[in-house]
Structure formats: structure tokens, C-alpha cells
Ligand binder design. Sequence first.
Ligand code: ZN
Length: 283
Amino acid sequence: MNELTYVQKRFINYVETIMNSGKLSHSYLIELGDSFIEFPFVLLFVKMILCPNNVCNVDCLNCKKCNVCKLIDEGNFPDLEIIEADGVQIKKSQLLSLKDEYQNKSLIGNRRVYIIKDAEKLNPSAANTILKFLEEPEDNIIAILLTNNRYRVLETILSRCQVLSLIDVTTFDVVDDSVVQFIKYMIHGDDLFIYYKQIYETVLIDKERAKEIFSLVEKIFIHYLSCSAQNVHYEQFEFLKTIDSEKLLSYITIIEEEIPKLVYNINYKLWLDSIYSRFVEVK
Ligand SMILES: [Zn+2]
């Protein structure tokens, strides 16, 4: 195995943080450039999720020891299903047979995973079916969708997945000071309420802006979490060093759950109140 790239290390760090914190989401969208090179990293994540004894770790990237890892690498592990496009599309019938299979098969470990390759190829009726899975997730089933470009995946699907990337992209440049200040208030809990009016009038002026800002904050937190081991920090976010990773993961989860609600015809101020309260509760 060649020396890992920065992005690969970042990915590994992040999945480690997820596993150690026990805050596994039900659905991930992983962006890959070249699946031939990067698929083993996806499988590493899957191994960590499925390992019945919770012993699989970063070293299982090239695991020659564990039986589970071996079966996963060979595509023979019963709690893992991989769906690929049937021609140019992924069809609804493929997803329904997956569902049937999972309902009728007993579980080896504690969880099941299904991987959908080329998630941008989900045809509209397949997309609807997968949305239903993503909206009403079963506790022990984790979805991992793969794509080479997140922007080609349907927005409704994208918004329900936590996005991880194995593609090297600059995640953000210099962030506006007002956003940095907002993040500071956010992680100091009560300050959010004290500066509510100011934040509302200058930063989070409307739904569109809120969507933008919170997506940026999420990106910053994910970036920060995944880089901490290599000490790659942005000067602007030095203060994040004092915040523990569990807390940052909680913020990410809240943002991911709240942002999709903005598409409905909801009262923006009430929405803000509720997301603020959730931030304040994070201890
Ligand atoms: Zn292993």
C-alpha cells in the first residue's frame, strides 16, 4: 500500500471519530474520484460498522486477519449488499429485492449495510423508494451511497445523507468574520440567545442565507474533526481546539436534521428558535 494521501487520512480520521463516538448516522453519501483506488476506504468504513466484536479499526484497510474483513473484501459477507446500476440506471426493483432480502434473512452481527454505487444513476422511481428508506430508517441498517459528484445526486437524497468526500477539494477559504463570530456564540451556548437579535439581523437574515451559513458551519466542523490528528488548522478556527469532538459531532447532527426542514413552508423564526435551543442543549 502506498503512503496515504491527505484526503485518505482525513477520511479515515473522520470515520474513526464517528465510530468512537458511537454517533453513526443512518445514511452516508461518499464522494469518490476513482472507485478502483478509493473503494477499499469505503470498505474499511463498512468493516468498522459491521465488525461483530468491535475490533476492526484503521488497520483493517488491508486486513488479512479477521474473517469478517476477508468476507467483506471478497464480497461474501451476508450483512453487506452492494447495488450497482443495471445498465445506465439503478431500478426500483433492485431496491425492493434488497428490502425483501433483508427482511427475510437473519443477522450475523448487529448491523447491516447496503452500498449503492453510482447514486446519481438512481432513476426517479428508484429515488423515491430510496427516499422512503432514508426517511424511515431501520435502526440497524446503514445506507452508504457512492457517487463521483455529489451535485449530480438528487437534492432530496443528498439532504438526507451525511456527506463524506474522498476527493481532494478545498473545502473553504477565508470565512466571513460574522460567521466566525456566530460559531463562537453557537459553541458558547447561552450567548446565542443574548445575541439573537444581532445574529438574526446580520448573519441569518433569511432561510436561504441560513441554509448557506449552516452548511458552511457543518463543513468547517467536519473538516476540523477530520484534520485534528494531523494538526491542520485554520487560524480563524483556533478556538475550536478547545471543543471536544463529541460536541462538534452533535452540532453536525443537529444541522443535518434541521436544514432539510427549511424546504417546507415553515416559519423561519420558529425554526431558528428551535435550532438555537438544540445548540444550547449540547453540553
Ligand atoms: Zn479486520
